[in-house]
Each structure stands twice: as C-alpha cells, then as structure tokens.
Design a protein around this ligand. Structure first.
Ligand code: 6PG
Length: 465
C-alpha cells in the first residue's frame, strides 16, 4: 500500500488524468468497473506503467493506497457518483478523502459534502478536455480547505502552468469549485456561440469561403482575441473531410450537443437573479439548433435572408471589434454572476483568482483573461465593464458591435449572443430605464405598489376603481 493517490474511472478523462499524475512522479492505483479497461490502460501506459498499480476490485484499490488515502472519482456526473461513493465509503477509514473530479452539478456537490459530514470530501472542476487532463488542466477546487491542502501538491503539479503559477485553486466550501466550473462552461458556451455567429456573417453575409474564414481566425488569434477557442475555430474551418474533400464545416450537421453544464449556469443565474443574457442566449441557441425540421419548414415558409451583404458593408476589422466587445460583455456577465453567488452562498469566491486559474489549461483560456485578472484584483467588487482597461476597449468597440448587430438584423442573420450582449451593454449604460412602466402596470392590475422618484416605497397610482 504505497500509491500516493487512487483513481476510479478510466474513461477518456480519468485515463488522461491518471497518466498525468504518474507523469508528474506520483504513484497511483487505478480501478475501473470493467477490469479489461484497467488492464488495457496499464498495458498502454508505456514507461509510466511502473508508477501505476492496476487493481481488479475496490478492496484491492483501497489496499494499494497509502494512508490517509485520497481517491479521485472520474465517473459520469449524476447517480454514478453517488453509487460509487456508497460502494467506496464503507471500505475507507474516516479520514480518507474522496475527490469528485467529474462535471458535477454544484448542488449535488453541496449535498454530498453535507452527507460526508466529518469524512473528507472535495468536489473539483477540471477543465481542458482530454489534452488538458493529460498535460495540464485548470482545476477549481471546492470543499474544506484542510482537505484541499492534503492533495494540493499533486493537483498543482498536474495542473497547467501560467508563467510559473499553477492553474489549480481552492475556491471555497462545498460545491464552490463545481459552481465556478459551471460558470466557466456557461462562458465557454457564449464564447463559442459568438465565434460561431461571426463565422455565420463571414459565410452567409460576406460570402467568404472556408479557407478565407480560417485565415481570418488565424489572424485574430494573434491579436486581442488570442484564445484557444479562436485558435481551434480556425483549425476547424481549415480542415477538409478525408472522405469527400469538402470543407469539414460543410459536412458537420448544424445541431449542437450539450451535456448540461451551460444550462445549469443559466438556470442558476435565474435563481440568483443574476443577468447573464449572452450566456443564456448561447444555451438557447444550442436548444434552437436542434430544431432542424422546424428551421427548415420556416425557411420554406418565410424564405431566409436576404443574407448577401453588399461589398464593404462590414469590414473584417469591424467584425473583430464586435467580437472583442461581445467577449468582454460575456465575461462581465459571468463574473457578475459569480460575485452574486458568492454573496448569496457565503462563499467569498476569489474573483481575481478565478480569472487567473482560467488563464491556462481550460477551454476558455485567452490572453484577455490575464488582463481580467489584473482588473479584478484592482477592484474585486466592480463590474468588469467599468475596469479602466475594459471600459476603454468597450468605448472603442461598441460601435462596431452595434454595426455588426444592425447589419445582421437587416440581412436576416441571427446573432443571439452578440445582440444580447449589445442589449446588455446599452441597458447597463442607461440610468433611466423603462421598468417604471412595469411597476405602473403591476400596480394597476395588482396593487403591488411602487417606489416614487421623490421618495418612499409602497405608493399606489390614481388608476381609479
Ligand atoms: C471543459 C469542458 C468540458 C465539457 C465539454 C462538453 O472545460 O473541459 O467544459 O468539461 O464537458 O466542453 O460540454 P458540452 O457537451 O455541454 O458542450
């Protein structure tokens, strides 16, 4: 029993994480429901096999780990996690630590932390896909700090590195890590959606071919938009289908899948009354993308477009500016939601640290996140839109976002995320809004009362009886 840590679940992410742990010099014992998977994993581990102990039963796994034990679960989120904990706990000592590293709903993590009682339990969000899990993910931890500290040396060693800082951070109690991961995924959805929307303008409005679109993304990846998602979007646009030689994007069906983390973010935002319209629009856009038959029927009935934009309607630079503005607004919303949750749940979530932990390893890593970390460190309670660096960028770019949204509207191109980003921006720079009408209506039909501009709550209007 000398492995420093154990891992259960050798699917894509679990296997990659186990190899990463071994690669960083830690002995690890592994177990998978199907023994053949464990065996194949060990056989394929090459020189890392020496650091990996394959086990055939949970008892063997537990026996192979040094006390006090730490065991990572990398099984599908949901019931499988509860089943695994129920099977494992009776075999463990009271001070052994279970770490759920899957994409759990943070409400489940809150519950599991409570159910664990005094027995150590952590919920950690892991981002970066298979490549990240193997060579350096971004890790967002939740649970008791003392339990995090027990495994922090392993988690920081395997995490992505940003200029000498490990992208592995304890976020707070219970489900705090999984909550931050969920918001990460919500932002991921909006970032992806906004990129897809600019692709739509290039393809349908400007009539650009995939080679040109790929080159534009590649060029943007050298500027303010530099990010993993822009980089891979260029690569996706450049790829051709080996079977037909057609551009890959012409071969892929336009209906987006989702496992639910972005949706959880949108649902939670509603509970918190946190405005994240660009993220919600991105979830809606995925839902809508699946309604292919209805979309096709709509095109038959109403026609589509008119898409083609006359030459010079929009420059590529204008499109880039719109995406820069949209991205800032999306992150302002995401961080605003985190701040709201932090207050509501009593978590003291460290906003600058969250921006830092997202700078490398995760799917939304980007150059801009470094500036966001600086801005949030300077003013942790402020809205990102008001931070000097981002306020300057927004002042420069919101006109371009407006042009893009306006031209897309005139040419029948749907931009759900970019347009809701713009609406958010305009609403958030309007001191006198229109909710006075809502309050008047509410008081008219339900005597709900309103506050008067000259003072006092609970007033009623002269609506008559
Ligand atoms: C990450 C990703 C990952 C997520 C996939 C798929 O940070 O590595 O967020 O955790 O599971 O991106 O998510 P959807 O299936 O919901 O698109």
């Amino acid at each position: 029993s000398n492995a420093e840590i154990g891992l259960i679940g050798l699917g894509t992410m679990g296997a990659a994480l186990a190899l990463n742990i071994a690669d960083n010099g830690f002995d690890i014992a592994v177990w998978n429901r199907t023994a053949a998977t464990t065996k194949a994993f060990h056989n394929d581990a090459g020189e890392l096999a020496a650091r990996i102990t394959p086990t055939e039963t949970l008892e063997q796994l537990v026996a192979a780990i040094a006390k006090p034990r730490a065991i990572i679960l990398m099984v599908p989120a949901g019931a499988a996690v509860d089943e695994q904990i129920a099977a494992l706990r009776p075999l463990l000592d009271d001070d052994d630590l279970i770490i759920d590293a899957g994409n759990a709903n943070f409400h489940d993590t809150n519950r599991r932390a409570q159910e664990a009682g005094d027995k150590p339990f952590l919920g950690i969000g892991v981002s970066g896909g298979e490549e990240g899990a193997r060579f350096g993910p971004s890790i967002m931890g939740g649970g008791q700090r003392q339990h995090w500290d027990r495994v922090a040396h392993i988690l920081t060693a395997i995490a992505a590195d940003y200029d000498g800082t490990a992208c592995a951070t304890w976020m707070g109690q219970e489900g705090a890590g999984h909550f931050v991961k969920a918001v990460h995924n919500g932002i991921e959805y909006a970032d992806m959606q906004m990129i897809a929307e600019t692709y739509g303008i290039m393809r349908d409005g400007l009539g650009l071919d995939h080679g040109k679109i790929a080159a534009i993304f590649a060029a943007w990846d050298k500027g303010p938009l530099q990010s993993y998602l822009i980089e891979i979007s260029g690569k996706v646009a450049a790829a051709t289908d080996p079977q037909t030689d057609a551009p890959m994007l012409d071969v892929i069906v336009d209906a987006a899948g989702q496992k639910g983390t972005g949706r959880w973010t949108a649902i939670e935002a509603q509970h918190l009354a946190a405005p994240i319209p660009a993220i919600e629009a991105a979830v809606v856009a995925r839902n809508l993308s699946s309604q292919r038959d209805l979309r096709a029927a709509g095109e038959t009935l109403f026609g589509t477009g008119p898409h083609h934009m006359p030459h010079d309607t929009l420059s590529i630079e204008t499109l880039e500016g719109a995406l820069i503005a949209g991205k800032i607004l999306c992150y302002a919303q995401g961080f605003g939601m985190i701040a709201k949750a932090s207050a509501q749940f009593g978590w003291a979530l460290p906003l600058p640290e969250i921006a830092k932990v997202w700078r490398a390893g995760c799917i939304i890593r980007s150059a801009m996140l470094d500036d966001m970390a600086d801005a949030l460190a300077a003013d942790p309670d402020g809205n990102l839109m008001h931070a000097p660096a981002f306020a300057t960028l927004l002042k420069e770019r919101h006109g371009q976002l407006r042009q893009v949204v306006a031209q897309a509207a005139l040419h029948g191109i749907a931009l759900p995320a970019l347009s809701s980003g713009l609406a958010y921006f305009d609403a958030m720079r309007t001191a006198r809004g229109t909710a006075n009408m809502i309050q008047g209506q509410r008081d008219f039909f339900g005597a709900h009362g309103f506050a008067r501009v000259d003072g006092g709550e609970g007033h009623h209007g002269p609506w008559g009886s």
